[in-house]
Design a protein around this ligand. Structure first.
Ligand SMILES: [Zn+2]
Length: 100
């Protein structure tokens, strides 16, 4: 049996067969400290989350805009709420049985 070593980029998780390629991948990623981004907010009557509506990021004389996927975010929140409701229903049933 042979063992095979793989190298994993710590930023994106891509696996490489040689260390140099993994190091190149890591060197290519900009870290939080080196990113120059600016948050932009919607007013509180539109968005109560407090999260930025979008971020602008300047890099190599270009400006990029990252927007939040609000629809998917709300769907995930609703899924979590539904799960919690189901859990609480089960708990309530257990309480009723104990009283009788
Ligand atoms: Zn990477």
């Amino acid at each position: 049996m042979k063992e095979k070593i793989i190298y994993v980029c710590e930023f994106c998780g891509k696996e490489f067969e040689n260390k140099e390629d993994a190091e190149k991948c890591e060197a290519n990623h900009l870290t939080k400290a080196s990113l120059n981004f600016e948050p932009h907010y919607a007013s509180a009557d539109i968005d109560h989350t407090g999260l930025p509506d979008y971020l602008t990021l300047k890099h190599n004389d270009k400006e990029y805009r990252y927007e939040r996927k609000l629809v998917e975010y709300k769907k995930e929140q609703q899924k979590e709420k539904d799960k919690d409701k189901e859990k609480n229903k089960d708990k309530d049933k257990g309480k009723d049985k104990g009283k009788d």
